[in-house]
Design a binder for this molecule. Sequence first.
Ligand code: NAG
Ligand code: NAG
Length: 209
Amino acid sequence: MNTIYILFLFTFLSTTSYASVNDLCVADFKGPSTPSGYHCMPLANLTSDDFVFHGLVAGNTTNSFNAALTSAFVTDFPALNGLGVSAARLDIAKGGSIPMHTHPGATELLMMVKGKITAGFMTPTALYSKTVKPGDIMVFPQGMLHFQVNSGVGTANAFLAFSSENPGAQLLDLLLFANGLDSDIVAKTTFLDLAQVKKLKARFNGKTS
Ligand SMILES: *[C@@H]1O[C@H](CO)[C@@H](O)[C@H](O)[C@H]1NC(C)=O
Ligand SMILES: *[C@@H]1O[C@H](CO)[C@@H](O)[C@H](O)[C@H]1NC(C)=O
């Protein structure tokens, strides 16, 4: 009886000898991604460097948005795997903006460092918008359509925190105008003029017929 019990216990312990995966699970990108995250790197392979990310430097804002988002999501920083947090850096040149978008998987915190940003989000019944300055923090609840516009006289810079290691992003303009739908259908379903739809499709590399 005791022997059976001990054998059982031994089996249990040996199948849970990876209990430390509960503490941390640095992503091993050589393994497949699963709905619950990536496979874990063996603990023996990890060093302190795995838990530090050096890449949140200013991005190149010479693009059609005059803005750059530099990300530290799980795919950039494997140590975030399974931890439910990530970060990014936002640089918006004068006149630039981050267009209307949502993060289906995360609430976003914006921490202002430099300049002035007018940001906001909307629900079906309300708009919440504010111009924020260095030291201010603004929150965008998960899934809400939101935007950030540089409303200052110089470059604006903020850091972002997300409540997911993989927040995802859906940019409204890209969804609407970078697709293969006929312009006519896009015009009918957005109530925009056909000419304007064609202009936006050209700008965002959508099918222009
Ligand atoms: C872990 O380290 C061992 C020994 O250096 C190496 O053979 C193995 O490929 C590493 N595993 C991963 C997932 O990097
Ligand atoms: C920024 O991007 C633009 C457009 O792609 C490019 O011409 C320019 O060289 C880049 N600047 C830097 C500093 O990489």
